[in-house]
Write a protein that binds this ligand. Structure first.
Ligand code: PLP
Length: 451
């Protein structure tokens, strides 16, 4: 029914004025005109209702109609809608305290509006930290091929998906990439469980090649979400932490997607027994209801920014970062998650999804199933032996079939070769068991019916 009465005039108007950066041009000509949200469902202007198994763009963890969030925002909006953090306000303080509890350590929190900006701030903080410690030549940032860290010049430079980058280069200099911990397509030709986790060794190798005294930080997601749901071997993050400790390099963990319960723990890194120096977060911090992001920096690192020397502080103006309405909404988001035990619920839902999808392991077009908390990636192949990726047409059919059945799913993968052959699932934490089973069943049937 899409494109009929209700949405048609809006689609026409959209075509004249709205620039869609996430959708290739021809596909962007027929957008859904999304007009309502309720729990895990969205409804378009034509009255079609969909179960949103991607939580918007990996963020609407509490679902679409949480009045308590709207009320928290409204109350703050009428009381004090805006003041810059050149001074302070209660929501920023309360949120900083709450984040410290969730992070399980002492962190100083810098606020921005998006994941990209949180990462930009992290890079600048890492460089300035070293400069103030007498090592101004430490400026390089190590990240991974296939990782996604944002769209601004620095965050895109850290991103390891060159299809997204090459038309905008040169980006920021000083960003160096290492191979991803892709056990299904191991860059080192090893079999899972029969390797020395060479992908973790690469950090030390590359840092040594670059000269450790020139490297400021590594940035790493607990699992690579946007580049094909790549889940590392269990010891990987710890090994990277050890390399950082040995070489004096800071560890930035990008929790933009994995944070706030998505991994089944408050933060993704907590699954791997490491404590990062800097944690960046966005998306789920407000359940997507308002823009907000945070760069949390270990308290000991912040100490060098207290220097009495002039301009030792972190000089980074951000007009809207830490907006009181967004912070109040974030505090409420985290309170609701605590009151409703949603982190634990996400872990339970993740285990159920894993179990429901496990039948796909035997499917001839499913090369690999990957899970992390309440996230799933299904790598589609033409041929299990050769691991030839499924065609764009095949993947497109699966996604279209799911949509026809009322379930919205995502896809991504190795954008270097434009191979978006990994289906992604990231449902809101408010889905019922039955809704989750419906998502899983719909995906299974869609894969089975595609040709
Ligand atoms: N980091 C990761 C892991 C992301 O997935 C994203 C966005 O999808 C970002 C950073 C950038 O966040 P934003 O789009 O809010 O700038």
């Amino acid at each position: 029914k899409t494109g009929t009465v209700g949405s048609a005039p809006w689609v026409e108007r959209d075509r004249e004025v709205v620039w869609h950066g996430m959708t290739p041009y021809p596909a962007s000509l027929n957008p859904m005109v999304v007009s309502r949200g309720e729990g895990p469902y969205i409804t378009d202007e034509d009255g079609n209702r969909y179960l949103d198994a991607m939580s918007g763009l990996w963020c609407v963890n509490l679902g679409y109609s949480e009045r308590a969030l709207a009320e928290a925002a409204f109350e703050q909006m009428v009381q004090m809608p805006y003041y810059p953090l050149s001074h302070t306000h209660k929501p920023a303080i309360e949120l900083g305290e709450k984040l410290n509890t969730w992070l399980g350590g002492r962190y100083r929190v810098f606020y921005s509006n998006s994941g990209s900006e949180a990462n930009e701030a992290a890079f600048k903080i890492a460089r300035q930290f070293h400069a103030q410690n007498g090592e101004p030549q430490r400026w390089k940032i190590i990240s991974r091929y296939r990782a996604y860290h944002g769209s601004t010049m620095g965050a895109l430079a850290a991103t390891g998906q060159f299809q997204r980058k090459y038309k905008y280069e040169p980006l920021a200099p000083g960003f160096v990439h290492v191979p991803p911990p892709d056990c299904y397509r191991c860059p080192f030709g090893k079999q899972p469980g029969a390797c020395r986790v060479e992908c973790a060794d690469m950090y030390e190798q590359v840092i040594n090649w670059e000269i450790p005294e020139t490297v400021a930080a590594v940035i790493i997601e607990p699992v690579i979400t946007g580049g094909g749901m790549i889940v590392p071997p269990p010891e990987y993050l710890q090994r990277v932490r050890e390399v950082c400790d040995r070489t004096g390099v800071l560890m930035i963990v990008d929790e933009v997607i994995c944070g706030f319960g998505r991994s089944g723990k408050p933060f993704g890194f907590q699954n791997f027994g490491v404590q990062p120096d800097i944690v960046t977060m966005a998306k789920g911090i407000t359940s997507g209801y308002l823009p907000l992001s945070a760069t949390a920096v270990r308290a000991e690192l912040f100490d060098v920014f207290r220097d009495t020397e002039e301009y030792a502080h972190f000089r980074h103006v951000n007009t809207f970062g830490g907006n009181p309405v967004a912070c109040a909404l974030a505090v409420r988001t985290l309170e609701l998650m605590e009151e409703r035990n949603l982190v634990e619920r996400a872990a339970v839902l993740g285990a159920r999804l894993r179990e429901r999808l496990s039948v796909l392991a035997a499917h001839p077009n499913v090369g690999d199933l990957r899970h992390f908390g309440f996230l799933a990636g299904i790598e589609l192949v033409e041929d299990k032996t050769t691991k030839t990726p499924a065609s764009a047409a095949f993947v497109g059919q699966v996604i279209a079939r799911c949509k026809q059945q009322g379930v919205l799913i995502g896809k991504n993968g190795d954008t270097v070769r434009n191979l978006n052959n990994v289906l992604t699932l990231c449902p809101p934490f408010v889905v019922t068991d039955e809704e989750l089973d419906f998502i899983a069943q719909t995906v299974i049937e869609a894969i089975s019916s595609a040709r």
